[in-house]
Design a protein around this ligand. Structure first.
Ligand SMILES: Nc1ncnc2c1ncn2[C@@H]1O[C@H](COP(=O)(O)OP(=O)(O)O)[C@@H](O)[C@H]1O
Ligand SMILES: O=C(O)C1=C[C@@H](OP(=O)(O)O)[C@@H](O)[C@H](O)C1
Ligand SMILES: [Mg+2]
Length: 240
């Protein structure tokens, strides 16, 4: 079993194509908690304010974070955008949401779907993602939920640390703004069906999985940030 499969123990069957690159050491997934257990996530960790100066020192050292985009994937309304922003803040690095870039370039997504259809959306979405992933340097990049169905995008993700966020339909229907999501607004219950269609793709690209319905955003932001630092450490060890 590959390292990233071990990290995805609660996310379903093994990927057909193991993803190369770090992490190389096992990163256990705590069953049911959705947290990577490679570090002491949660208890005893510094407050964000206290942690800030230390993060800055680490960043100047230049070796504490992956030197490329850390990518968030997962089903609609799992928390990619909101958690991605928080993790970027926690790590002191930029955040990019590829849906927001799409909107700046092509207009509102619901309207784009209505006028041009999903296939054209996917083509342009993949262009946006390719352009964002090609930029060097540490960044968090949140994708739209359907981005992984495009093979070109999945191929690009092989070269990036990928965090999969998972949740449940019940949690999504409770919290999400469905009007902004063209695939859900007329049929919210489609969420579960769409997830099952895409699940193999999510599992193929993911290095680690977190459940966003079982912990607060604050807890998750710290845990994912910790995981990203561990990923970079292993990457550096491999390169030395
Ligand atoms: N633990 C959590 N992590 C992330 N988002 C959460 C969490 N709990 C509730 N939410 C809410 O779920 C919604 C997720 O929306 P969003 O971040 O846009 O998801 P996505 O980008 O995956 O579609 C937001 O309204 C967010 O406030
Ligand atoms: O899952 C999908 O097909 C989509 C998800 C959306 O992003 P979020 O996952 O951020 O809601 C957005 O890209 C578009 O509405 C299509
Ligand atoms: Mg989003």
């Amino acid at each position: 079993m590959s390292a990233h499969r071990r990290a995805n123990r609660d996310a379903g069957p093994p990927a057909q194509r193991p993803k190369p690159g770090p992490p190389t050491a096992p990163i256990r997934q705590v069953p049911g908690s959705g947290e990577a257990a490679s570090g002491a996530a949660g208890a005893g960790r510094p407050t964000p304010a206290a942690a800030k100066p230390r993060r800055r020192r680490r960043r100047r050292g230049g070796s504490r974070l992956p030197d490329r985009a850390i990518v968030f994937v997962g089903p609609m309304a799992a928390g990619k955008t909101s958690l991605g922003k928080r993790v970027a803040r926690e790590l002191g690095i930029p955040f990019v949401d590829t849906d927001a870039v799409f909107v700046r370039q092509h207009g509102v997504i619901t309207e784009f779907f209505a006028t041009h259809g999903e296939a054209e959306f996917r083509r342009l979405e993949a262009d946006v993602i390719e352009s964002e992933l090609s930029a060097p340097g540490s960044r968090i990049v949140a994708l739209g939920g359907g981005a992984v169905i495009t093979e070109r995008t999945r191929r690009l993700l092989q070269d990036h640390p990928v965090v999969l966020l998972m949740t449940t339909q019940e949690a999504v229907l409770r919290t999400a703004n469905l009007a902004r999501r063209p695939l859900l607004r007329d049929d919210p219950e489609a969420w579960g069906r769409i997830l099952e269609e895409r699940r193999p793709f999510y599992e193929e690209v993911a290095d680690v999985t977190y459940r966003t319905d079982r912990a607060t955003k604050e807890q998750l932001a710290r845990r994912v940030a910790q995981w990203a630092r561990g990923y970079a450490r292993k990457q550096n060890e491999r390169e030395q």
